[in-house]
Write a protein that binds this ligand. Structure first.
Ligand SMILES: *Cc1c(COP(=O)(O)O)cnc(C)c1O
Length: 383
């Protein structure tokens, strides 16, 4: 009987049955930088590790399979993967991007690609007509995050990708927040899917890594060329650590989500909390749209406290949750986007998109929900 295994099964077995030489169930870490040739004009398939490495190969195949693309590419960071996707574009090209982007991506666009001659327009991707209205004769790509960071706005991925395609532009989707476990952008029309594997895929706050998945051969060719030519590849030890993390992705994502729902419900009821941003709660703008394109809500949420003077004492009072940047790991982390992840975005720009001086972002970990809630309750009670 030919059955397509559930993602949880594929994930748990990543790297198994790959090492035909020994049958090792965990793929070995191949640290060799170079490989001997059997004879002149012959290759084992591996020549030099920047071009191809057996450990990295398993990770690249895995993410391609999970995302439903043709080929994956592993990079030294998420930013390096985003940069690689832009090798499908050229100076003078115009890109339409989500108006509430990850701060590092916004910085790369505004302070790196813009001076090189690229053009950017930021729109609310909830309505594909906003993308259509922003098209110019030079639009070559649409760059989407959904949910966005930190206000959890939802983009109409299929709708925006369709508008892009009609205009001859590519669609790039940063799928870091939901992972292929909950959202598969290739099925919605994305040409390239990007990840900061530093977050949920790695999952343990112990590696920096990025992944790019090509939906077709043309995108694959360009990404492969960029990976080898620019050389920002992921090292074999880190590739192994990402694989190790991904084996438990299904379990972790389910628990992150269960905890995030419980924490959201607690925060919604709290008198010192004005707003909660989590796509899994009724009334979240875009929940209906989200439910059509994703199978879960993930573990990220943001909330607004009643007064900005509450922020510093709250960050000082938490004991279970750690005040630290980053997200997507087993331990709960809290950040203050206005001063941390979004510090490079001008105040007027970020406030227009809801990133106020009262907004806190929570990456809900896999601890017992009751402990996370008790920590927040204690910290809020002290204000
Ligand atoms: C962290 C992050 C990135 C950047 O990834 P690094 O691994 O830190 O370079 C890009 N996009 C999103 C949504 C992120 O959260």
């Amino acid at each position: 009987m030919d059955v397509t295994p559930h993602l949880a099964t594929v994930l748990a077995q990543l790297g198994n049955r790959e090492d035909t030489l020994t049958g090792a169930v965990s793929i070995p870490v191949y640290r060799a930088s170079t490989y001997s040739h059997p004879a002149l004009g012959e290759s084992t398939g591996y020549d030099y590790t920047r071009s191809k490495n057996p450990t990295r190969d398993v990770l690249e195949d895995a993410i391609a399979r999970l995302e439903g693309g043709v080929r994956g590419y592993a990079f030294a960071s998420g930013m390096s993967a985003v940069h690689a996707a832009f090798s499908l574009l050229a100076p003078d090209d115009h890109v339409i991007a989500s108006d509430d982007l990850y701060g590092g991506t916004y910085r790369l666009f505004e302070q790196w690609f813009k001076p090189l001659g690229m053009h950017f327009t930021y729109v609310d991707m909830a309505d594909p007509e906003n993308v259509r209205a922003a098209l110019t004769g030079r639009t070559r790509a649409v760059f989407i995050e959904s949910p966005t960071n930190p206000t959890m706005a939802i983009a109409d991925i299929a709708g925006c990708a369709a508008v892009a395609k009609e205009a001859g532009a590519l669609t790039f989707v940063d799928n870091t927040f939901l992972t292929p476990y909950f959202q598969r952008p290739v099925e919605l029309g994305a040409d390239v899917v990007l990840h900061s594997a530093t977050k949920y895929l790695g999952g343990h706050n112990d590696i920096l890594a990025g992944l790019a998945v090509a939906a077709d051969g043309e995108a694959a060719e360009r990404l492969e060329f960029a990976q080898n030519a620019v050389g920002g590849v992921l090292g074999p030890d880190d590739a192994w650590l990402v694989l190790r993390g991904m084996k438990t992705l299904a379990l972790r994502m389910e628990r992150h989500q269960e905890n995030a729902l419980a924490v959201s419900r607690f925060l919604l009821e709290h008198p010192r909390v004005e707003r909660v941003f989590y796509p899994g709660i009724d009334g979240h703008p875009g929940k209906g749209l989200h439910d059509t394109q994703a199978s879960g809500y993930g573990g990220m949420l943001s909330f607004e406290v009643a007064d900005e003077r509450m922020v510093a004492p709250l960050l000082a009072a938490v004991r279970v949750i750690t005040f630290a940047e980053s997200l997507g790991s087993v331990e709960s982390l809290i950040t203050f986007p206005a001063r941390q992840t979004h510090a490079d975005i001008p105040r007027e720009v970020r406030e227009a998109h809801g990133v106020t001086d009262r907004l806190l972002r929570l990456s809900v970990g896999i601890e017992a929900a009751q402990d996370i809630i008790a920590d927040l309750a204690g910290a809020l009670a002290q204000l």
